[in-house]
Design a protein around this ligand. Structure first.
Ligand SMILES: NC(=O)c1ccc[n+]([C@@H]2O[C@H](COP(=O)([O-])OP(=O)(O)OC[C@H]3O[C@@H](n4cnc5c(N)ncnc54)[C@H](OP(=O)(O)O)[C@@H]3O)[C@@H](O)[C@H]2O)c1
Length: 289
């Protein structure tokens, strides 16, 4: 039995899909009945509905579990505390393997959502659990947020320099890699920095989008205060807004480089999806919606 914590997000859904394809017995800890229903429909056999902030629920979810895949929710202020409670519960339950979805360059101290992941990596080492850490680069699927504006205006707007170079990954490749790690003991007990393509600048990505959809698309540096208004209107917390803005400032100055596709290709046993292939797939999916 494998427990997935954080199963309903951008990383969790493709990981679950690939684990189901591999015929695994899955349990998920989910915070809502609506998510639980979706997970059951995808083939998750058991869903414990409860919060990872509740020690009792985490312990209940760990019962009889052989392995844990932990995917932290994005931009959550108590990320390390939640992660630590999950690691401790897994150790106390005697699980055999723990997979943690961290992030590429967790050592960036000014970015709370990176630093808290590095603290959890340290805690995992000291837990003595047999652990694997994946450090994925920027998700190609983040484009989903800007896509309607790109289609409506031809402007691809991100709140950092259009020249900043980013290492990127398809979340479906990430989910497949995580599912392989969960099911192949030869891949366990390592830290993997995972990227599928790049580094590519925002301008280069806009050019690829333009070529693939056959319309002009221009990369635009979005004003960060305009982004802040957008995020506030959508109920982002102060912690989330502050850290997203720190992240954009870092991207503006340094981008999110350098990673290469070697490790991801080795885990997958094939070439990862390139950004151009991703755009082709993504645009085709969007046109059928
Ligand atoms: N975006 C990027 O480019 C990028 C790149 C590298 C790394 N990352 C990192 O990847 C991680 C995963 O991202 P994501 O988008 O998949 O995360 P996400 O959707 O924000 O969170 C994962 C899942 O956690 C569950 N959850 C939330 N609150 C919960 C609670 N109180 N109790 C139990 N479960 C709860 C939710 O599923 P339920 O609805 O089932 O509860 C949610 O879908 C993040 O930590 C992010 O920082 C992101």
């Amino acid at each position: 039995m494998q427990l997935i914590v954080g199963a309903s997000g951008a990383v969790g859904i493709p990981t679950v899909r690939h684990l189901v394809q591999l015929g695994q017995d899955l349990r998920a800890l989910s915070s809502s009945e609506a998510s639980a229903e979706r997970l059951r429909a995808l083939g998750v056999g058991e869903v414990v509905v409860g919060s990872y902030r509740d020690d009792g629920e985490i312990e209940r979810a760990m019962r009889g579990v052989d392995a844990v895949c932990y995917i932290p929710a994005r931009f959550v202020e108590d990320e390390f505390k939640v992660g630590k409670a999950t690691v401790d519960a897994a150790r106390d339950a005697g699980v055999d393997h723990f997979l943690f979805c961290s992030a590429f360059q967790p050592q960036l101290q000014g970015l709370g959502h990176h630093w808290q992941k590095l603290l959890l990596e340290e805690h995992l080492v000291e837990s003595d659990l047999r652990a694997t850490v994946v450090q994925p680069s920027m998700f190609m699927q983040n484009l989903r947020v800007e896509w309607p504006v790109i289609m409506a205006t031809g402007e691809y707007r991100r709140p950092y320099s259009t020249g900043s170079k980013m290492s990127v990954i398809d979340t479906d490749d990430l989910g497949e890699a995580m599912a392989k790690i969960m099911t192949d003991s030869c891949l366990q007990g390592a830290t993997y920095q995972l990227a599928g393509d790049g580094p590519l600048s925002h301008a280069e990505m806009a050019e690829i989008v333009s070529e693939e959809i056959g319309k002009p698309v221009l990369a635009i540096k979005r004003d960060i205060n305009d982004w802040r208004v957008w995020a506030t209107e959508r109920g982002w917390t102060d912690y989330a807004i502050e850290n997203y803005m720190h992240m954009c400032d870092h991207y503006d100055k340094h981008g999110y480089k350098y990673a290469n596709a070697f490790t991801l290709g080795a885990v997958l046993g094939r070439q990862p999806l390139s950004y151009r292939e991703f755009i082709r797939k993504f645009a085709a999916e969007q046109s059928t919606k």
